[in-house]
Design a protein around this ligand. Structure first.
Ligand SMILES: O=C(O)CCC(=O)C(=O)O
Length: 294
């Protein structure tokens, strides 16, 4: 109990807390292998794989479809209890993704507060809170997660997004360096970034927890950054009601039709390109069958 309270107090005070070792070596290896398998190729047509929306990160979406270990991680009692104590009982997992950060020398991913809730809606209301769980899959010495201690402790909205705090020299950054398997919780209202330079590719997981009742930012939903959480159903077997609820199964069903605005003008040419490729593949197979008919 006192460990939970100590960690909770540190999280409340600093905005970030590094957790004690929770993952076994066997689980870590499974997660590393499964994550790596998604980095072999980009998601395309019927291939699953990584997606890429910026220059230096290969995103692995929907971790809970990949391996049971990714499902078990947020359910570990210490993690689960800390999140519920910090955010309240109606909280659940909303995103489970990770990324490989490719090496970079510049301030590629500058200091920011996450843009996820609708800032206009909450203009004169209490700022909604969320938590992220970070997990390194590699030993991290450079390119570590970095944050400004205590910068989440403000009552009124700070500026969200990456445009406002580019002069990193103005801030004292604390870095979370650590071995593969290092776990940390942070309040994304705390100023944070991936520090630079990042000398080697870094694989890391980021789970995001918040209440289903929160009104989300349109940038978050319509630009495809927020995706509905998918789970491989066999990973749910044996979980109790509380665990299922924590993974989001107790939410009101979401009836919104996804309305992604990303590169709208490219939709038609991209559809044509993919269909042409499939036609070409079909023709190729047909010619091959004719030529090699016995
Ligand atoms: O990749 C990192 O270390 C930074 C993570 C981050 O900025 C985020 O999850 O919002």
């Amino acid at each position: 109990m006192s460990q939970l309270l100590d960690l909770l107090n540190e999280l409340k005070h600093n905005g970030v807390v590094v957790l004690p070792e929770c993952i076994t070596n066997e689980e870590l290896v499974k997660m590393q292998k499964s994550f790596q398998s998604q980095l072999e190729r980009p998601a395309f047509n019927s291939w699953t794989g990584y997606t890429q929306t910026d220059r230096k990160r290969l995103m692995v979406e929907q971790l809970l479809t990949l391996d049971r270990c990714f499902c078990k991680l947020p359910l570990m009692p210490l993690i689960n209890n800390l999140i519920v104590e910090y955010l309240g009982k109606d909280i659940c997992l909303q995103e489970a993704k990770g990324w490989q950060s490719l090496p970079f020398k510049d301030n590629f991913h500058p200091l920011h507060r996450d843009e996820w809730y609708c800032t206009e809606y909450y203009q004169s209301k209490t700022i909604p809170r969320s938590l992220k769980l970070g997990c390194y899959l590699d030993d991290v010495e450079s390119g570590a997660f970095a944050f400004v201690v205590g910068s989440h402790r403000h009552q009124y909205q700070g500026q969200v997004g990456e445009l406002y705090h580019q002069q990193t020299e103005d801030y004292e950054l604390t870095k979370v360096v650590g071995k593969a398997g290092t776990l940390f919780l942070f309040d994304p209202e705390c100023l944070h970034q991936q520090s630079y330079p990042n000398l080697t590719a870094r694989n890391a997981l980021f789970y995001h927890f918040f209440s289903p009742s929160i009104v989300l930012s349109k940038n978050f939903t319509q630009w495809g950054r927020f995706q509905r959480l998918l789970i491989e159903s066999s990973f749910l077997s044996g979980l109790n009601y509380q665990q299922l609820a924590f993974l989001g199964c107790a939410r009101q069903p979401c009836n919104d039709i996804p309305d992604i605005q990303h590169f709208l003008s490219l939709t038609q040419p991209l559809n044509i390109a993919v269909r042409s490729l499939n036609e070409a593949h079909y023709l190729f197979e047909k010619i091959k069958a004719r030529l090699f008919r016995t």
